[in-house]
Design a protein around this ligand. Structure first.
Ligand SMILES: Cc1ncc(C[n+]2csc(CCOP(=O)(O)OP(=O)(O)O)c2C)c(N)n1
Length: 591
């Protein structure tokens, strides 16, 4: 067996059903045995697309996504997906070809030091020097990607190693890595302390992050919240991990979070932070974040504990295991007669906020189509268990705010890196992994144009995604910042909504194209478009470029300064000019 055959055999042994890739000289040997393998190869038009497809696949299915690329530019095109996967803890394995061992270091044709380049954006990477090492390295790659804090692993294989004969193909059934042993069980003393702190808190809140989804701890989260009547907020990475319709759900925190969720964190006396990393988009000005709260923090990655905010009760472990431990201690305490603090007053406050601070927008029936109106209409028309994928920008925030998510893995976006162009390929990957699910991309025209060539992949591979574009003709989120922070001095944001013509573009790619410009056309066109299930669909929604995402915490400010609409923004601005309150334009760090 050659190294190349061993690569494919290893992927088969790892249980891989589909890989996303793009061939080239150095990886060519591995493309030949693919012809004899049951593994499906999806030919992306760009390696960045292949990488994001692997991520979308992983996020939709919970399995490891795989991308394959050639040496040099093939590998460097994977850098963005790798960085994205690292930030969002997405398990992917990337396999790259490398120039022959004898040529390495000699500026050979299509040579790039991909392990060096990707060192800071992978959980682990390795260049293989002998074909015998291939099965072990690939088994380890899958193990590392999918355990502990999940993330990306890259394996680089020189062309001569792919051609080399193995002495024997040995697939390790169990991977043993002496230096890698994620701590999965929480320290029992800390678990007891956490339960005590939780039972005593009068204004507790569960701050649930993407770790809940990664660990599959949704049931335990729900049980904890219901047993103690705890309010829960779900971060951008955790949307759906706790049902939006649940009476204990307070919303999404963060710069564009729900007013009640943001304020609940600010006023809480205890944050029960589960698998979340105190991202600056959630904390706002860190010194002013949740000033009255004690913090219980559970995370699989010890480096996260206390990284940004001091923690009172740190617990390192796998959330699904630690939450079972918490439940066990909690049951004992309650059975022994311990009475939890009374949360009635807290709930009265929270419910009052929820009632008084809903998300609203105004739609003039004859005026320009508002992006929020479109997102609400999509929410109505979609299948309840549909998967929503987004790019990055205003549309991403509206899709998170205005669509109700009831289960995990229904919501796929680029949270940490904020990668425009993520949506099109990630949606294709999600649909490849869950072909029976309705997959709807909600993209911006800027994000869409970064990876739209993958429409060809969707069409030729028979992956019928519904690609929708909130086409405002501008880089909307940048426009919003220029309006609010740079006195409407708009610089380099105009894209022109009519270029490219998205309906013609869809047709050119063999997809069906639809356009909606008015409120009247909205419902009927969405219905028609969603009825198409055999080919990919593109819907061009022409929306108002002036619309802004609210609520908003101005960058670098305290979350106490959450602003709900433009009128309030102007009032605060005027007040600041009179010397009453913070200068909204200071826009200091973080970015
Ligand atoms: C690759 C990349 N480049 C630049 C940015 C900075 N950026 C963030 S949002 C945004 C505008 C997004 O425009 P669009 O996709 O049209 O969405 P909209 O905000 O209009 O909904 C830009 C340029 C980014 N996030 N990613």
């Amino acid at each position: 067996m050659t190294g190349a055959q061993a690569v494919i055999a290893s992927l088969e042994r790892a249980g891989v059903e589909v890989v996303f890739g793009h061939p080239g000289g150095a990886i060519l040997p591995a493309y030949d045995p693919l012809l004899d393998s049951p593994i499906r190869h999806v030919l992306a038009r760009h390696e960045q697309g292949a990488g994001h497809m692997a991520e979308g696949y992983a996020q939709a299915t919970g399995r490891v996504g795989v991308a394959i690329a050639t040496s040099g530019p093939g590998g460097t095109n994977l850098v963005t997906p790798l960085a994205n996967a690292l930030m969002d803890s997405i398990p992917i394995v990337c396999i790259t070809g490398q120039v022959a061992t004898s040529a390495v270091g000699g500026d050979a044709f299509q040579e790039a030091d991909i392990t060096g380049i990707t060192m800071p954006v992978t959980k682990h990477n390795e260049m293989i020097h002998e074909a015998d090492r291939i099965p072990g390295a690939i088994a380890e790659a899958f193990h590392i990607a999918s355990t502990g804090r999940k993330g990306p692993v890259l394996i680089d294989i020189p062309k001569d190693v792919l051609a080399q004969e193995l002495t024997a193909f040995e697939w390790p059934e169990k991977v043993l890595l002496p230096g890698y042993k994620p701590n999965v069980k929480g320290h029992s003393k800390m678990v007891r302390e956490a339960v005590d702190v939780i039972l005593s808190a009068e204004r507790p809140i569960v701050y649930a992050g993407g770790g809940i989804v990664a660990a599959g701890a949704e049931a335990q989260l729900r049980s904890l919240a219901e047993t103690l009547g705890l309010p829960v907020v779900t971060t951008l990475m955790a949307r759906g991990a706790f049902p939006d319709s649940h009476p204990n759900h307070i919303g999404m925190p963060g710069m564009h979070g729900h007013w009640s969720a943001v304020t609940a964190l600010q006023k809480a006396d205890l944050l029960i932070a589960l698998g979340t990393r105190f991202d600056d988009r959630v904390t706002g000005k860190l010194e002013a974040f949740a000033p009255h709260a004690k913090v219980v923090h559970v995370d699989i990655d010890p480096a996260e504990i206390g990284k940004n905010k001091a923690v009172d009760v740190p617990i390192v472990g796998d959330l699904s295991i630690v939450m079972d431990q918490l439940a066990e201690v909690l049951t004992k305490r309650l059975e022994a007669g311990r009475v939890p603090a009374d949360l009635t007053a807290w709930w009265e406050t929270l419910n009052g906020w929820l009632e008084n601070h809903p998300l609203t927008h105004e739609q003039d029936p004859d005026g320009p189509l508002k992006p929020q109106t479109v997102v609400r209409a999509l929410n109505e028309a979609r299948a309840q268990d549909s998967i929503i994928v987004t790019g990055v920008g205003q549309h991403q925030m509206w899709a998170s705010q205005l669509i109700s998510y009831e289960t995990s893995r229904q919501w796929i976006n680029s949270g940490g890196l904020g990668t425009m162009g993520y949506g099109v390929p990630a949606a294709i990957g999600a649909k490849a992994g869950r072909p029976d699910a309705q997959v709807i991309l909600i993209d911006g025209d800027g994000s869409f144009q970064m990876t739209l060539q993958e429409l060809a992949t969707a069409r030729t591979e028979g992956i019928p995604v519904i690609f929708t574009v909130l086409n405002n003709g501008v880089l909307g989120m940048v426009r919003q910042w220029q309006e609010l922070f740079y006195d409407r001095r708009f610089s380099q944001i105009d894209l022109d909504a009519s270029v490219p013509d998205l309906v013609k573009l869809a047709e050119a790619f063999g997809c069906q194209g639809f356009r909606v410009s008015t409120v009247d056309e909205l419902g009927p066109t969405i219905e028609k478009a969603l009825a198409v299930t055999d080919v990919p669909v593109v819907i061009d929604f022409r929306v108002d470029p002036e619309e802004k995402v609210f609520p908003m915490v101005p960058a670098g400010q305290s979350n106490d300064l959450i602003i709900e609409n433009m009128d309030e923004w102007r009032e605060r601005e005027a007040a600041a000019q009179r010397g009453e309150g913070a200068d909204l334009k200071s826009a200091g760090p973080p970015s």
